[in-house]
Design a protein around this ligand. Structure first.
Ligand SMILES: Cc1cc2nc3c(=O)[nH]c(=O)nc-3n(C[C@H](O)[C@H](O)[C@H](O)COP(=O)(O)O)c2cc1C
Length: 211
């Protein structure tokens, strides 16, 4: 299969400095809304890159659950590989691949755990099946068969057959607190528009980057 010849010119409206919001969070909100309006499948799916002590970059897809001026929040298992890497090196990068809109957004910065109360609020809003799933999986550990997982589902369902499923102590959110956010808009002939926002205390420096 020859994929070297696969290319497409990006016919989209440009991005210029005058139309960028002074806040990268508002700018993200505009673009996120565009991605939703365009009917993209899971516009909140993002690649999460981490690297532990050994410096080996690692990445996987997670879902953005909410964002505001404090940062971008996702939920996961605190015993997972990503959690181990974040404990060793609490920094991450996120990438939203909105290719159908000729766009990508990259977010970089330190990562912190959200409070237990915040995790509980989100956990309580999840469907019961997902709550059970969080209890069942020792995420990223080896398991010898799917049967064992299904057996554990039955056990957990039995254990919490009455009332609400409690928040597992090993499950919760992380917030990526941006120091840098880049907005990339594809343009014809590879002359794309790129703007980065760099945190400068309470303000953001906005600058254009070469494509
Ligand atoms: C579309 C999509 C959404 C996902 N969302 C999440 C998520 O929100 N949280 C999560 O822990 N894993 C999510 N996953 C699974 C992760 O990609 C990954 O397999 C898992 O978190 C284990 O990663 P780790 O071993 O690097 O810690 C998602 C996968 C896909 C394909």
């Amino acid at each position: 299969m020859d994929i070297g010849d696969m290319r497409r010119d990006f016919e989209s409206e440009g991005l210029d400095r005058d139309h960028l919001d002074a806040s990268p969070f508002r700018q993200f909100e505009h673009w996120f809304q565009d991605a939703r309006n365009a009917g993209l499948l899971e516009p909140n799916a993002m690649s999460l890159a981490t690297a532990g002590e050994d410096g080996q970059p690692d990445l996987r897809t997670v879902l953005l659950k909410y964002f505001d001026d404090k940062g971008f929040v996702f939920y996961t298992n605190y015993g997972s590989r990503k959690a181990r890497e974040l404990a060793e090196n609490p920094k991450a990068a996120l990438l939203f691949p909105w290719i159908a809109l000729n766009r990508q957004v990259i977010v970089q910065g330190p990562v912190e755990k959200v409070s237990k109360a915040e995790s509980l609020r989100y956990f309580s809003s999840r469907p019961r099946g997902s709550q059970i799933g969080a209890w069942v999986s020792e995420q990223s550990k080896v398991i010898t068969s799917r049967g064992l997982l299904e057996q554990k589902v039955a056990e957990i369902k039995q254990r919490f057959s009455q009332g609400e499923v409690p928040l597992p102590s090993f499950w919760g959110g992380y917030r990526v607190v941006p120091e840098r956010i880049e907005f990339w808009q594809g343009r014809p002939s590879r002359l794309h528009d790129r703007f980065e926002y760099l945190r400068q205390g309470d303000d953001w420096l906005i600058q254009r980057l070469q494509p």
